[in-house]
Design a protein around this ligand. Sequence first.
Ligand code: NIG
Ligand code: FE
Length: 408
Amino acid sequence: MDSSGWTRVIRNAGVAGGAGGAVSGLVSPGAVAIAGQHIAWAGPDAELPDRPPAGCKVVDANGALLTPGLIDCHTHLVWAGSRHREFELRLTGASYADIAQAGGGIISTVTATRAASEGELLVLAMKRAAQLMAEGVTTIEIKSGYGLDLTNELKLLRVARAVGERLSVTVRTTLLAAHAIPPEYGSRSDDYIRCVCDEILPAAAAAGLADAVDAFCETIAFTPAQIERVFTRARELGLAVKLHAEQLSNQHGAALAAKFAALSADHLEHVDEAGVRAMAAAGTVAVLLPAAFYFLRETQLPPIGLLRTHRVPIAIASDLNPGSAPIASLLLNMNMACTLFGMTPEEAFAGVTRHAAAALGLGATHGTIEAGKTADLVLWNAEHPAELAAQFGMVRPVTVLRGGKDLP
Ligand code: NIG
Ligand code: FE
């Protein structure tokens, strides 16, 4: 092994999330060597060369757990206003769909978000991103979707990009203009979809503001036929697609997403076997969002057994948003993936690392500890990756490296 370019070695660690990916493949004592921004080598501690090259910093992890930086692959963290009143309404019997149909829900956040300046939104978004980062998150996907017109959707995407410039975190932006029908369109949803396809998508693409395009396929949002128009335009513009699918009912959105080779289909509580099969064939990641299930007090569980049977990769994300998931914790989502959805801690761990990277199209560079990948790494006050999901509020990062550099 050529160790000449190594800048840092972390040794005597419990290294999880390596090439094999399984927690059972935890390498302990293990070691990771970093050269600049990238991982240069990972393996058993005993295989390290006797002497590191001159100038290479050597850190003894004392048996602590070392994982890839966590990846929150589904958030809506740019918003203004508060939806606490809706929480109260739901506790007295109103459903999420009832509230949306009465003009509340997403639209109430759109009103508050349109009224907020870019600077105000950036302050709010940075606070939320910082909360995720405090738990070892080094990559965050951020969706628009509370602007719902050209000016405001681009405003949200610029704020999302700015979060990645101001904080030491990798941000992937997703244009979610097809999130709800804007109030000024009344029930003219087809007209709004035309605006999304003809104006908002091309402008976001031309400005380089969107890494992907998402939409909400649901009775209270858009039909599969409308989503198909959005996806067709996105693909013409060379943008990857993903979809909020089967959250409240089965609209066959997962199969539609698969037809467009979507990076992911998200939520999926109501997906059927045909949808799961289509996702498996297309390599579309299932992004499950336990906080939204919990917070809306849903009862229909996502079909974990079917996803396992058909070997669909499962990612876990926070869905951080003001309405269905105002919970800024990816670790709590890992815990809920186990307690509520019946996933194993090992699956939850893969869900916020390798599979989350795949859901963002970052599988080649992020999500595992392998030579050549970006050196986004977290050292924890824990020894086993299952601890990340098996408790809450006690496990925390001791050191976070992003691109080989210590987080300030
Ligand atoms: O992922 N399902 C649609 N969108 C969000 C909720 C947005 C909101 O209620 O503000 C979600 O749950
Ligand atoms: Fe969402």
